[in-house]
Design a binder for this molecule. Structure first.
Ligand SMILES: *Cc1c(COP(=O)(O)O)cnc(C)c1O
Length: 398
């Protein structure tokens, strides 16, 4: 690795075993992508032409008619929905979020109305669309979707994510079949999914991805799918999409990341990630109060994570205090803690530089030994941790 810029900036050298997280800087961008970004930054380009090149690459990789690069998958949700309402009507595009005279209802199953760091529903509503929830949080049925479709329905949004409710929902192929029977296009938010072709193959009219998640690109979003809908979404750059602008570096970087994805040694990387999980499993074996098990990714990405259960009586520390302890000190390790109140966290092996898995193992030993030596169980109130981020938000940047 080249010299670590973080020391110079005064940033902590965090090790990411959390996943591709915006709050940690998303993912490791491989050298070919870094070079492409650096090469284009000093040059002028014709952006429409560059986006046409992006369209070709996206079309090939996603099995789509066309595509373009936007600021993020979040931006993709808004411009895709906006495009479904306006088509190529330039005046309507300039008028949004005023949707007078347009179809403006957008369906989404209630179990998909999640937050990935911001609410999916807000990304829809930003355009001026009216969000129409379908079904209940843990159940959506065919009749509910069918009866939600009206002459005002502009589109339906479908979220593929570990954040979404994983049962009781209408499967994508059936969802598309119902929507298409009524002429309603389906927009799939697949921000964090490895599968670039499957959702369009199942009937999605548009599929949206993040450039900076598994693909290892710079910050950006990919809109792929039906050419007329891609065009209508692209034209939002002259409207609400302007504030979601991506630059030449994001476009070139996304193209390079897609090309790198095409030739990446996926099997070799999986093997390496498996070896990290094996190392951590050995490290945690026979540790008092600790039970570690492998868990497959909930949306079937080719990826396992280590689920670490912490029994505070045996380990002398709660799961959340262990997560906080690992995140402290000169080698902070950030674990995946979405469900920490249940007494477990996950360790994600996807975002490590060579040598870091061993540092993670050493940090586990260090913090568990420290807890074992403590006379009392280290157990701070969970509320304190749960509300920390919201409290910090009120005093930022202090
Ligand atoms: C990360 C994520 C997003 C947002 O993606 P960005 O490209 O970071 O804006 C949207 N939806 C889901 C399901 C996500 O996981």
């Amino acid at each position: 690795m080249a010299t670590d810029i973080r020391a110079k900036l005064g940033l902590r050298p965090v090790i990411n075993v959390s996943g591709t997280m915006t709050f940690l800087g998303a993912s490791i961008v491989p050298p070919s992508v870094v070079e492409a970004v650096a090469a284009v930054l000093p040059q002028f380009v014709e952006i429409d032409h560059l986006q046409k090149l992006a369209s070709k690459t996206i079309a090939r990789l996603c099995g789509a008619e066309a595509g373009f690069v936007t600021a993020s998958c979040s931006a993709g949700i808004s411009v895709a929905v906006a495009g479904a309402m306006t088509g190529t009507d330039l005046l309507a595009i300039e008028r949004l979020p005023d949707t007078t005279g347009l179809k403006n209802e957008v369906l989404i199953m209630t179990g998909h109305m999640v937050s990935y760091g911001a609410p999916v529903a807000q990304g829809i509503a930003l355009t001026g669309a009216k969000v129409v929830p379908v079904g209940q949080s843990t159940q959506a049925r065919r009749y509910q979707l069918e009866s939600s479709i009206t002459p005002q329905t502009a589109a339906a949004v479908y979220v593929v994510s570990h954040h979404a409710v994983q049962y009781g929902m209408i499967p994508l192929d059936e969802f598309c079949e119902i929507c298409h029977a009524h002429g309603v296009p389906v927009i799939v938010d697949a921000a964090s999914e490895y599968d670039l072709k499957g959702f369009i193959a199942q009937g999605a009219d548009l599929a949206l991805y993040s450039s900076h998640k598994f693909l290892g690109g710079p910050t950006g979003g990919i809109v792929a799918g039906r050419k007329d809908l891609v065009r209508a979404a692209y034209l939002q750059n002259g409207g609400i999409g302007r504030g979601m602008k991506v630059g030449k570096e994001g476009m070139v970087g996304t193209i390079a990341a897609l090309e790198a994805w095409e030739t990446r040694d996926h099997e070799g990387i999986r093997k390496l990630e498996t070896s990290y999980l094996e190392l951590w499993t050995r490290t945690l074996a026979d540790r008092a109060g600790i039970r570690a098990e492998w868990e497959a990714d909930p949306t079937h990405n080719p990826l396992d994570r280590l689920k670490v259960h912490v029994d505070p009586v045996g380990a002398h520390i709660t799961a959340w205090d262990l997560a906080s302890a690992l995140a402290s000190g000169p080698r902070p390790v950030i674990v995946r803690d979405h469900e920490i109140e249940h007494g477990f966290f996950y360790m994600d092996p996807c975002n490590l530089h060579p040598g870091e898995a061993e540092v993670v193992a050493a940090r586990l030993v260090e913090e568990l030994d420290k807890a074992a030596r403590s006379n009392e169980v280290i157990a701070t109130p969970l509320e304190r941790r749960r509300n920390k981020r919201a409290e910090a938000a009120q005093t930022w940047p202090d």
